[in-house]
Design a protein around this ligand. Sequence first.
Ligand SMILES: Cc1cc2nc3c(=O)[nH]c(=O)nc-3n(C[C@H](O)[C@H](O)[C@H](O)COP(=O)(O)OP(=O)(O)OC[C@H]3O[C@@H](n4cnc5c(N)ncnc54)[C@H](O)[C@@H]3O)c2cc1C
Length: 527
Amino acid sequence: LIQEADRVRRDARIRCDVCIIGAGAAGITLAAELAEGSDLSVVLLESGGKLKDPDTQDLYRGELRGAPQYPLDASRLRFLGGTTNHWGGMCRPFDPLDFRQRAWVPHSGWPLGREELDPFYERAHAVCDLGPYDYGQDAASAAWPGVTERGARLAEEEDLEIKLVQRSKPTRWAKKYSDLLAGPDGPRVILHANAYQIVPDPTGSRVEEVDVRTLQGNRFHVSAKNYVLATGGVENARLLLLSDSVVPGGLGNRRDLVGRFFMDHPGATPFGVVLFFDRAYERLAVEEKHAGVGVFTGIGMSAAMQERERLLANAAYMYRPMDVPTLAELRWLEHPKVLDPPDLRMLEFLQALDPGRGDAKGSICWIRSEQAPNPESRVTLGSELDALGQRRVVLDWQLGELSQRTFHRAARFYAEVIARSGIGRMKVMPWLLSEEPDWWQRVAAGWHHIGTTRMAADSAHGVVDPDGRVFDVDNLFVAGSSVFPTSSYINPTLTLVALTIRLADHLKARASAGGVAAPRRAPPPSQ
Ligand SMILES: Cc1cc2nc3c(=O)[nH]c(=O)nc-3n(C[C@H](O)[C@H](O)[C@H](O)COP(=O)(O)OP(=O)(O)OC[C@H]3O[C@@H](n4cnc5c(N)ncnc54)[C@H](O)[C@@H]3O)c2cc1C
């Protein structure tokens, strides 16, 4: 059932079992999971409409500081389906090491392991329209014949791992779940409904209502037994910080952790230029379709190497190669989109390799790395107000020395293994090997907002507990990549969908245990 917020009676109070704030990957997945096998009545509040509109999108504008980020009103979409309306679909589960506490990565360690998430990753595959939950851990993967073997010569390198990635269609959540959202068995979806504040009782330990406002000036309230914040990795923190009517500094923020530990995936594009000899490029740079699902491979470092050399997780990928009839003909590299600014040293190096050799392919390599959690990398509230009169967000992205060291080592390591294996030559961008103090200004962001309401085993170290519940607030949960304690190197959506499915199971179990009554499905639209 879908309705418009401006048609809800002013000051009405809508009651339900679960109120979900935000209808993106996390919010819609949660609503769909709750619609299966439970009678919980669900209200799904969505700030936008069915299409992007500039006034709503403008609520996402914010200030950027620190390392270069994409504008906040471009890296997020504020309408039904959220940022999945333009995500790229790259999916892979986090590696087991990503969940572990690592002595060389401060603030690392999840309160759950990969084994615990595996069944939810498997279910998340159906949501994200992926193939089998198989990432070719065994060289001869049954699901992806030939894909991991393509990297065999490289895989002989002890510390190199072939990283298989699946690509979702990409799934557009609003479209995929349109029947459920519009039909009688789904949630009650209210469009153009901005959660303005989450209001707790006077002790601050239980949420009593969400104060909802529209850009047209309407306002009403939603009272639920449980609330789930699913507004994305930056906005989840912003809304908690804005919800300060009872708890100074914001809900869930008694220990000043909300908004801290912001992470993205620092990257370099280009990271380097690779020349593949013969048909070696097929092993690494060609995306294949298997039963409708795109599959490609990157290269990464083994867990042993990360541990031994005290590095962050990272992986390098190649763009589809371009023809280079002879290595002498590399003028295409001068194109500003390839090398910016055109780097003639790189060009000369590659041309000198073997000027007469034919049948080569050139490819641009890019890298994405994990970022070490850093409390000073954070989301705060600025002084500028948005059209609803709320303080806009300030995002200060701070990288640390570990990222720089990881980039340096990765640059040398990947260039060496490609040369040693004989499949080609790689020339890395010189800045990656230099000691420039302002190296971080050249880093590319990954469009991924992670860590601002981190999950921890206890309230001294995080904002939410291992179930995703805000510490000290009995009935408020957070869904999305803001709960990740560390970021891995891989894109976040598959992992956040897996965690959301796990949260849905938890909410259903809580309801059966009496934490939430389950009287009816959708509350009547007349309120
Ligand atoms: C260009 C681009 C490419 C990407 N490619 C990939 C990729 O290849 N692989 C991958 O894993 N990830 C990718 N991502 C990231 C991916 O899009 C996000 O991880 C995912 O969309 C996050 O889901 P979410 O539900 O947490 O947030 P969103 O999808 O952003 O949804 C949040 C929802 O909350 C709503 N909302 C916000 N504030 C309020 C409020 N106050 N009240 C009510 N509703 C509110 C918004 O309108 C929105 O609908 C990409 C992102 C971008 C920008």
